[in-house]
Write a protein that binds this ligand. Structure first.
Ligand code: NOJ
Length: 455
């Protein structure tokens, strides 16, 4: 069975993922404007662990050739990265920063020279600060700002980039940034959350339509964070709480795109989102993506909670239940989650193709003599999750690729540099890189499969 199973993987895409703010550094180089994350980490730094920031991060802006050489050395041939909007347009709109375009031109060319396929995310959370001053995602004008930016990228890079993702995890940047205030730009409350949800959902269609109008052969997707949800008990109130959390975490952004509307039946506080609708918005929300990116790390166990406003539900931490292991992010290691999530999204009629655009784990890494890092927990995590992905595929799910989060250790947002998710270790003081044993394992695993496919 294993041989045939692996044979099915012809054309399956294996890669690694990263993002601009988390890796590039060079936060004010060569004409780049500030993003909301530059502002948030440098001015509201108490919200970030150890008051860290990504001013330098992995210095990928200067070291990209070196990092791509390592990728090439391991024969990993798909690289997902994001473009920094304020590097291309320092004020968000208007003037183009040609040095910013040059950087991505060099990066894309280097990928192609090495036989690495670029997968480009247009928005991975680093909105230009100038646009936040105008209201950011709360202001509907974000749709035209986005259009202006996407157009520049599509024209500048579209002769070489075929794979595009419009947004990265809208639920996280809207929820954490515009409701909880724990991510940039640090806004809170329903008055920010609801319009930001609606505009982010519309923005996916705006970006998708524009890309396709510029080049119908572009392969266009957008990515969603998602977790398999289970109720804490069989009690009705826990069961209903789980339904609400599922609607919020898994359904909120994809269903309107598929023409199913927002899940307001299960999440009644969402009904007010209607106040932000303009004529024709129902149609504008719909877009037929070539693929969706699923980003999954764990499952969530949900319990009824009287004290949680609106949602009346809370997530039960792994420490408070019987779990086998959990990561440095406090996320339970539960590989079946990715299997269930693939099945769930695969069941939507409008979903044509799925890529796992992120999956991975943060554990403490220890450097041994001879610069070796034996991160067997990460390797086990990846093995078990990849197996769960392939199981779903074998059963007929339309999953066509898998990208590890992440290539090099990097800046983990409010958690700073502590959680290391990389296949490659980064010493942030010296910028030295060390491939972890998980990186060697991943390379060997996917290259053996590719070899089987070609016999
Ligand atoms: C989701 C985000 O897209 C990425 O930026 C983040 O670092 C990982 N998940 C891990 O939390």
């Amino acid at each position: 069975m294993v041989k045939n199973f692996e044979k099915e993987l012809k054309d399956f895409v294996w890669g690694v993922s990263s993002s601009a703010y988390q890796t590039e550094g060079a936060h004010d180089w060569d004409g780049k404007g500030p993003s909301i994350w530059d502002e948030f980490t440098n001015k509201k730094s108490r919200k970030i662990r150890n008051r860290e920031n990504a001013n330098v991060a992995c210095d990928f802006y200067n070291l990209y050739k070196h990092d791509l050489q390592i990728l090439k050395g391991l024969n990993i041939s798909n690289y997902r990265f994001s473009i920094s909007w304020p590097r291309i347009k320092p004020n968000g709109i208007g003037k183009i920063n040609y040095k910013g375009l040059d950087f991505y031109n060099r990066l894309i060319d280097e990928c192609l020279d090495l036989g690495i396929v670029p997968w480009v995310t247009l928005y991975h959370w680093d909105l230009p600060q100038e646009l936040e001053k105008k209201g950011g995602w709360v202001n509907r004008d974000v749709l035209s700002w986005m259009e202006e930016y996407v157009e520049v990228c599509a024209h500048a890079f579209g002769d070489r980039v075929k794979n595009w993702m419009v947004l990265n995890e809208p639920m996280v940047f809207v929820g954490a940034g515009y409701f909880l205030g724990v991510h940039a730009p640090g806004r809170v409350g329903m008055g920010n959350f609801l319009p930001a949800i609606h505009h982010a959902t519309l923005a996916m269609g705006v970006g998708g339509r524009l890309l396709k109008s510029i080049n119908p052969s572009f392969h266009v997707g957008t990515t969603f964070s998602c977790s398999h949800i289970e109720p804490y008990s069989f009690e009705e109130k826990d069961q209903m709480a789980a339904v609400r959390v599922d609607a919020l975490l898994n359904r909120l952004f994809i269903e309107p795109i598929l023409g199913l509307g927002y899940p307001t039946k299960e999440l009644s506080p969402l009904r007010k989102i209607q106040d932000y609708f303009k004529p024709m918005d129902e149609e504008k929300l719909r877009f037929d993506f070539d693929f969706i990116g699923i980003q999954n790390y764990t499952r969530e166990i949900v319990k009824y909670s009287f004290w949680t406003p609106y949602l009346k539900a809370k997530l039960v931490k792994p420490q408070h239940r019987n779990v086998l292991s959990y990561t440095l992010m406090n996320w339970e290691v539960y590989p079946d989650s990715i299997y269930h999530i693939i099945k769930k999204f695969d069941n939507y009629e409008g979903v044509k193709k799925i890529y796992i655009t992120e999956n991975g784990a943060a554990f403490d890494d220890h450097i041994h003599d001879n610069d070796l890092i034996h991160d067997h927990m990460r390797t086990d995590y990846l093995k078990d999750h990849i197996y769960a992905v392939l199981r779903a595929k074998h059963e007929g799910a339309k999953v066509e690729g898998y990208f590890v989060w992440t290539w090099t250790d990097n800046f983990e947002w409010a958690e700073g540099y502590r959680p290391r998710f990389g296949l490659v270790y980064v010493d942030f003081k010296t910028q030295k890189r060390i491939v972890k044993s998980s990186g060697y394992w991943y390379s060997k695993y996917i290259n053996n499969l590719i070899a089987i496919d070609t016999v």
